[in-house]
Write a protein that binds this ligand. Sequence first.
Ligand code: 13P
Length: 282
Amino acid sequence: MLASSKELLEKAQRQGYSLGAFNTSAIPITKAIFSAAEKLKSPVIIQTSEGESKFGKIGCILAFLLQCAKEASVPCLIHQDHCRNFEMAKKCIESGYQSILADGSALPYDENVAYTKKVADLAHAKGIFVEGELGAVGRGSTFHKGEIPKTEMTDPDQAVDFVKKTGVDSLAISFGNIHGVYEKPPQLDFEKLKAIRAKLDIPLVLHGSSGIKDEDIKKAISLGISKINVNTNLRMAFANALRKSLADPEAIVPYKYMAPAEEAVQEVVEKKIELFGSAGKM
Ligand code: 13P
């Protein structure tokens, strides 16, 4: 069933668990996410990145996702991740996403404020939920070789100013988290997270969860993270299982050779839902 973004996130925040926000660009990945959430009776967020929604032709993939969400037995919402320019944000708002990320994090602070406020004003006029982003969380949901690059973390006082000036409904923050999987897990700055949580009362979002240690994810939730984005771990599970299926030269029926990949993704999503504490919270 389709649920209100505000209600889902505020409930997670009140009850101290995190919603999983899982990226998709393909039918089997989408089915795997819904199946895992239904099996574990968990509310869930399904999201598309800019590349993923363009690959699926925004209106078409959105219609598919909304229909799946309506038919699901658990509360779901459909979110557009990382809109890095106004045109993209406007397109997603007009297409009917329930929630979008206005990502001006690569811009100088004042420009991030101006961009995010402009998107938030347009989205709010249509009743759409807006996530903002302050601080850098890297780019590219993939396996990266080498050291984790240093990223700019979110400043707690600036976060307060940002939320006040833009009117965002939730905030993606940086405290050492970074998109993708690296050879070594990132070191999270929990003092930074605590300081931000103490100053803000809106839901806080963790990007780049793939590659973060399970115990660190649990600690981040206990300190006030209410939405956790997952992509690379799903992509790796899907691609690895698909490579195995396609090793058979006679495998030509997509819904047959993709079935093990769907199962592999479902397994990952189930583990994440258990880890995030959202199982049984529908
Ligand atoms: P990972 O690819 O590290 O799971 O991060 C996904 C993400 O944050 C999408 O916005």
